[in-house]
Design a binder for this molecule. Structure first.
Ligand SMILES: [Zn+2]
Length: 115
């Protein structure tokens, strides 16, 4: 379950931000997760709760912002939504040439702190 590692890294980043702002508690965390990042939201919530335990983020809420996948065809110069996780086939020319532009990101989008 790679959600555990993502949750731990997310909390670490959140705690670093918290210290930088001189806050003492984290109230909520928003993660931006790409459609192709293979993150299960339920597993993510569970992993997040566990990772928060015993830290200033204990009991914090978790918001998940989904980023739709978007690929780019360099021949047609168009952006499109890939149908498959591994092959980015352009719907216009049919080439498997698409480069993924968005959809694999896992980022800390927002933090709510107590000060
Ligand atoms: Zn194309």
């Amino acid at each position: 379950m790679h959600e555990t590692g993502i949750a731990e890294a997310g909390i670490r980043a959140a705690l670093t931000e918290m210290e930088r702002h001189g806050a003492s508690r984290i109230l909520s965390v928003t993660l931006r997760i790409g459609a192709l990042a293979a993150v299960d939201p339920e597993a993510m919530r569970f992993a997040f709760e566990v990772a928060c335990g015993g830290t200033p983020a204990e009991g914090a809420g978790l918001e998940i912002e989904n980023v739709p996948a978007e690929a780019w065809c360099r021949y047609c110069g168009i952006a499109f939504t890939p149908e498959s996780v591994s092959f980015f086939k352009c719907p216009q020319c049919g080439e498997y040439s698409g480069e993924l532009r968005r959809g694999r990101e896992i980022e800390l989008a927002r933090l709510e702190m107590d000060s």
